[in-house]
Design a protein around this ligand. Sequence first.
Ligand code: FES
Ligand code: FES
Length: 169
Amino acid sequence: MPIRINGIEADLPGDPRVSLLDFLRETLDLHGTKKGCNQGACGACTVLVDGERILSCLALAVQYEGRSVTTIEGLTGDGGLHPLQQAFIEHDGLQCGYCTPGQICSALGLFAEVARGAPSGVTGDIAAVAVDLTGDELRERMSGNLCRCGAHNGIVAAIAQTYAAGRAA
Ligand code: FES
Ligand code: FES
């Protein structure tokens, strides 16, 4: 069974040792997903699998047979940039941009986690069914995505605005 990347089916690599990150970048030429540390420490390689954020450098492509992967390239539709991409621009949530695709995919995964009430390390009541995305919650949940340029204030502002707009919609 093939894997779906941004809605398009692709054949899995023959070599089961190929990471999902290398498959995206080197086989499919989807260079938006970045390779930073290649060992699970920076978040630059974050993509969405069936809506959940994962680190593609730690994943083998063959693990995701039949699954649906979304990369940064898959977020821009006929209507233009995704609202979160636009918010990153408006809030100066980037400088060199290397961490940005991972930040954006991670934040979209974060929204889904909050929507289903998944607690984080700073959630007070882990039995609560609803999570309030406070500043502390947002920073904790994005702590796996590093930005060497120090654009974190803009990143947090962009994510918070997009989350608030989604709730208001
Ligand atoms: S490249 Fe995957 S976490 Fe750094
Ligand atoms: S914008 Fe340069 S690493 Fe984040």
